[in-house]
Design a protein around this ligand. Structure first.
Ligand SMILES: [Zn+2]
Length: 179
């Protein structure tokens, strides 16, 4: 589609929004309107930056050249199947499920790699996930990630009911075809 923001423009928008938010939060904590811990701030930032630079909705184009695929470096090829599975600006660009598709995809790929390593290189020490992970720890991470995704969708002009409209259109078309 013409006039779609490029990866670079998306990055700039997200960083600008992050800066404004950071300034606001800093002000709010200085004036005791808000209490945020360092871990919460760090996790929010990690989620936001990962969402902006590594897990952008435009990975649905990663069978070609995409900014966020490039940021994965040598591992960029891991996203090619994602680009082949998801059509551009389809499910990948919905507000709730879209960001989850990339997390789920990453989880599946990670599980596959861990499985391969366990089988063929059992001596390799894999990093352990500390558990239980508390909601307090996860929430800022999820918030940061989702905010980065929503800023991308807003810049793309994708409405929050994008996925819902797609589904209801399919249902309508189906009902019409049956008549
Ligand atoms: Zn996009």
């Amino acid at each position: 589609m013409a006039g779609m923001p490029s990866g670079r423009v998306h990055n700039l928008i997200n960083i600008a929004a992050y800066s404004v938010l950071a300034a606001g939060v800093l002000y709010a904590t200085r004036t005791n309107l808000l209490v945020v811990t360092q871990v919460q701030t760090l996790n929010f930032t990690l989620g936001f930056m990962a969402g902006t630079f590594l897990l952008s909705p435009d990975l649905d184009l990663s069978e070609g050249r995409v900014d966020s695929k490039r940021h994965w470096g040598l591992l960029g090829f891991l996203w090619v199947p994602y680009g082949m599975i998801f059509s551009h600006r389809g499910l990948s660009h919905t507000w709730i499920l879209g960001p989850l598709t990339r997390i789920a995809y990453l989880a599946v790929v990670t599980a596959l790699i861990v499985g391969l390593l366990r089988t063929f290189a059992p001596d390799v020490q894999l990093p352990r996930i500390p558990h239980p992970i508390s909601v307090k720890f996860l929430l800022p991470l999820i918030l940061g990630y989702y905010l980065s995704q929503w800023l991308h969708l807003i810049a793309d002009g994708v409405r929050p009911d994008h996925g819902v409209r797609r589904t209801s259109k399919k249902v309508r078309d189906f009902a019409r075809a049956r008549r």
